[in-house]
Ligand binder design. Structure first.
Ligand code: APR
Length: 237
């Protein structure tokens, strides 16, 4: 099968697993002002408030499972191997729990802690709100290993290289409201890749895609993966 695929995922791919999105009606940002929980300034002002927000999300991860869309991408990876890269804005671990291995978490991971003193990174499933000592340097300087607004997303060089090398770019479950991820479709097109959007409704980015299908990821993604595996091309209308 010719070609490399870069798949960008957002909160919409985890919605059917019960993980709230950000900007939908009952989205996370409904109950919280972004500035109060997802900025370095918020952490300086009240680390406890920020930890309470992320500790609750980390605990909630224990009660959810990957859905058909996550499993379909893992199935596609089994066939394409290195020719498939999943770049996710999500900080949940549902792609990996579904079996995907080639995953870049450009906004970090909820089940990791980052030490602000020694910059060590640690798998973390418990709370951080009680300011536990860092396993590396023993300082109580652990923060959620997530990228806050105003911070630089992770692995941007690797992502841009993959976009430059891609035959196809597919976006799943994202509103296209947040850069730099929202700009990936334009970059992919500039590099000559074909583009497809799979989203519940048209997004801010829809006009940039050569093709778009709207509906639930749990139906759209397995159907698209079946097409690719049936050799009906990487992207068909
Ligand atoms: N199937 C497909 N798409 C869905 C589904 C579903 N079941 N449910 C919701 N969606 C779509 C919504 O229509 C919306 O366009 O998913 C998108 C989710 O958009 P956002 O809530 O804005 O989430 P996302 O695009 O991932 O946000 C980007 O913003 O808040 C920051 O850092 C955070 O990574 C996040 C970034």
């Amino acid at each position: 099968m010719a070609g490399r695929i870069v798949v960008l995922t957002g909160a919409g791919i985890s919605a059917e697993s019960g993980v709230p999105t950000f900007r939908d009606a009952d989205g996370l940002w409904e109950g919280h002002r972004v500035e109060d929980v997802a900025t370095p300034e918020a952490y300086e002002t009240s680390p406890s408030t920020v930890h309470r927000f992320y500790d609750a999300r980390r605990q909630a991860l224990g009660a959810v499972e990957p859905n058909a869309a996550h499993h379909a991408l893992a199935r596609l990876e089994e066939h394409l191997g290195d020719d498939l890269l999943v770049v996710t804005q999500n900080i949940d671990d549902l792609h990996e729990r579904a079996g995907s291995r080639h995953v870049i978490h450009m906004h970090g991971e909820l089940r990791k802690a980052l030490c602000r003193a020694c910059e060590g990174r640690f798998e973390w499933t418990g709370d951080l709100g009680d300011f536990p000592p860092c396993p590396g340097c023993q300082h109580s300087e652990l923060r959620p290993d997530v990228v806050w607004f105003g911070e630089i997303p992770y692995e941007m060089d690797t992502i841009i290289e993959a976009l430059a090398d891609a035959t196809a770019f597919v976006s799943i479950g994202t509103s296209g409201a947040v850069y730099p991820a929202a700009g990936f479709v334009q970059q992919a097109r500039r590099f000559g890749a074909d583009t497809l959007e799979l989203n519940l409704v048209p997004s801010d980015g829809t006009p940039w895609f050569a093709r778009a299908r709207h509906g639930r990821a749990g139906e759209l993604v397995p159907a698209w993966v079946d097409e690719v595996l049936a050799g009906r091309g990487l992207l068909t209308s």
